[in-house]
Design a protein around this ligand. Sequence first.
Ligand code: ADP
Length: 191
Amino acid sequence: MQIVNGKTGWIEVICGPMFSGKSEELIKRIRRAQIAKRRVQIFKHGIDDRYNSTDIVSHSQQKLPGIAVTDIEDIMQMVDDRTELVAIDEGQFFDAHIIAVANKLANQGKRVIIAGLDLDYRGRPFGPMPQLMCSAEYITKQLAICMTCGDPANFTQRLTSAKDQILVGASETYEARCRRHFEPPAEEPEK
Ligand code: ADP
């Protein structure tokens, strides 16, 4: 195993609601590393096929080629020993194993950047994101702009009545809302 010499790895998490610029921020950090000739590998969860099955794409149509995976172990198989930056988009869709994988890669001396939704459409923590934030050295919380009033938006309002935690969509299905205008769905009665 070749560890990047003389370097300590770390984890960066970029979180926030939909439309808050997580993908834009991830793309910006990747591009800067590429300009500095760092070895970069880019992954995203394969469930998000809004635009293209492999590219990381922002809602503002910025994009970078990546590899779509659904099993986080596949990333461990694909990461080259010499890679210095591992970027992962849509981190919320991976299972809890992503926490161990991110720590392992950082312990190998790599910079690991994970972007993902911190809250789901109910306003509850999404998947492994809370634990990833606990492991991260750096956390960037992005906010969008509330579509109702223009205040800072921390929530993703689902515009349909679907109840699944995962429902892939863009502005036809979701919009950014502040805490005053976010309307979480009614709680399901206990069975
Ligand atoms: P995320 O990855 O957080 O969903 P993206 O980086 O894909 O966000 O997209 C951010 C872009 O979304 C903004 O630059 C802007 O063009 C667009 N956008 C659409 N709706 C909003 C909103 N309500 N607030 C801010 N940006 C928005």
